[in-house]
Design a protein around this ligand. Structure first.
Ligand code: AMP
Ligand code: MG
Length: 381
C-alpha cells in the first residue's frame, strides 16, 4: 500500500480538501495518522471492528490492549457511553479538550474489537485543531492508539510515523511537532475513588483540586511481571524501548550534590563501556552537558553531539543527546521520545540517562523513562 502524506498548512482552503479525503478514508474503514497535543495517533473508525483489526495489525499490537476513542465534541460521547458520573462531568468541563482520557462503561454498540474485549471504553477529546477537524470530517469517534510500531517510542513528529508505518496505513497528516510529547493521562471513572491508570500532563494534584480524592494504580510504579493482569491492559507490555541497553542513574544525595553524583557515575559507567569498544550514548541536560564533555575529554574519549548534522559514532566513542532543561520538565517530556529514537538512529549500544524529579508532571516522565529502561536504575551513591 502507498501511504499518502499530506502537509497541513496555514492555508485553510487547501486543508479542506485534505480533511475531506482523510474523512472519506476513515468512513471506508481505512487508517489515517494524525497529530494531537500529546503524540501522533493512528486513527480508524472506532465503530468499525474491521478498522480496529487493521490498527492492531499495522502496529503489531496485541489485540487485548484496548484503543482510545477520540471525539471532537461532547455530543459524540452519547454514542459511546450513557453512564457519566458527576465527577466525570467536572473533569470534562475542566480538562476537555485536552490530554485526558477517561474510562467509562461502554454502550453495546462499541465493538469489543475496539475495547480489547472489555466492557469499559477509554475516551478523549484532543486539543488539536487537526485532530478535531479530522474527527469532524469522519463524523464518528476515531479509535486511535499512538502511531508507532508496538514497543517503539511513541511518535512526536510525522517523520516518526512514516518510519514506523509507511506502506501499512492509508494516510499521514503532517501537522508539525506535538506540544506535550507524552501520552494522555488515563483515569478510570468507573472506580470509586477514580483511579489513575497512566500518569500524564494532567496530574493527581490537578484532579484532586477538582473532585477530591483520586488514587493511583500501584502497578504504575512497579515493574510488571508476566502473571499480573493490570487494570490498563497496555501496562503489562514493555513500551517505549530503544534498541540500546538503557540504564538510568539516580542519587539520593541532597539537592546540591545530586546532579554531580549522577554525572560522575554516568561518566564512570560510560567510560567502562567505551574502553571495551562499545558505542555509548549519554542523555544529558542543558545544565549538565558541559560537565560530561569536560570529564570525558579528560579521559581522552571522543565525543560527538547527536544534533550535529550526520554525526556518527564508531566503536569506542560517545555521543551526547541533550534532552532539555532540568529547570523545564516540559522540555524534557517534549524531547524524550525523539531522543530515544535518535539513540536507535545513531546505533547506540549502551545509553545512560539522568533521572528527574517524580513530582507532578515528573511522574509521567519517569514512568516512561523507567519503562524504556526496562526498570534498570542504578544508584550513584
Ligand atoms: P495508546 O493509545 O497506545 O496510548 O494505548 C491506549 C491505552 O489506553 C491502553 O494501552 C490501555 O492502557 C488504556 N486503555 C484503553 N481502554 C481502556 C479500558 N477500557 N480500560 C483500561 N485501560 C484502557
Ligand atoms: Mg502507545
Amino acid at each position: 500500500m502507498q501511504t499518502i502524506w499530506k502537509q497541513i498548512t496555514q492555508e485553510d482552503n487547501l486543508n479542506i480538501a485534505i480533511y475531506e479525503e482523510a474523512g472519506a478514508i476513515l468512513r471506508k474503514g481505512g487508517l489515517v495518522a494524525f497529530p494531537t497535543e500529546t503524540v501522533y495517533g493512528l486513527g480508524g473508525n472506532g465503530f468499525d471492528a474491521g478498522a480496529s483489526a487493521k490498527i492492531y495489525a499495522a502496529k503489531g499490537r496485541p489485540s487485548d490492549n484496548p484503543l482510545i476513542l477520540h471525539i471532537s465534541d461532547i455530543d459524540m460521547l452519547s454514542m459511546i457511553t450513557d453512564e457519566i458520573t458527576d465527577k466525570a462531568r467536572v473533569l470534562m468541563d475542566r480538562f476537555w479538550p485536552g490530554p485526558l482520557t477517561m474510562i467509562f462503561n461502554k454502550k453495546k454498540e462499541v465493538p469489543y474489537e475496539t475495547t480489547g474485549g472489555l466492557e469499559t471504553v477509554a475516551v478523549r477529546m484532543p486539543d488539536h485543531e487537526v485532530a478535531r477537524k479530522l474527527i469532524e470530517a469522519a463524523g464518528t469517534p476515531i479509535a486511535a492508539p499512538s502511531a508507532n510500531v508496538s514497543g517503539r517510542p511513541s511518535p512526536t513528529m510525522a517523520r516518526h510515523v512514516y518510519e514506523d508505518l509507511s506502506g501499512k496505513i492509508d494516510m499521514i497528516l503532517d501537522g508539525g511537532d506535538v506540544g506535550i510529547g507524552l501520552e494522555s493521562t488515563i483515569i478510570d471513572m468507573t472506580a470509586e475513588p477514580p483511579m489513575i491508570l497512566r500518569p500524564g500532563y494532567i496530574t493527581k494534584e490537578m484532579f484532586e483540586k477538582e473532585i477530591g480524592r483520586v488514587i493511583t494504580d500501584p502497578a504504575i510504579l512497579k515493574k510488571p511481571d508476566e502473571a499480573m493482569k493490570p487494570k490498563a491492559p497496555g501496562m503489562k507490555y514493555r513500551h517505549y524501548a530503544p534498541k540500546a541497553v538503557l540504564t538510568l542513574v539516580e542519587s539520593k544525595a541532597c539537592e546540591d550534590a545530586k546532579t554531580d553524583k549522577v554525572v560522575s557515575k554516568i561518566v564512570d559507567m560510560a567510560t567502562d563501556k567505551i574502553t571495551s569498544g562499545a558505542k555509548v550514548g549519554i542523555i544529558a541536560t542543558i545544565e549538565t552537558v558541559e560537565t560530561y564533555t569536560n570529564l570525558l575529554n579528560n579521559r581522552n574519549v571522543i565525543i560527538k553531539m547527536s544534533d550535529e548534522e550526520d554525526s556518527v559514532v564508531t566503536a569506542g566513542e560517545a555521543m551526547m543527546f541533550v534532552i532539555g532543561s532540568r529547570e523545564d520538565e516540559e522540555s524534557v517530556a517534549r524531547n524524550l521520545y525523539k531522543v530515544l529514537r535518535q539513540c536507535d538512529e545513531k546505533n547506540m549500544e549502551y545509553v545512560y540517562s539522568e533521572t528527574f524529579s517524580r513530582d507532578n508532571f515528573g511522574e509521567a516522565i519517569m514512568n516512561r523513562l523507567q519503562k524504556a529502561a526496562g526498570y534498570t536504575i542504578v544508584e550513584a551513591d
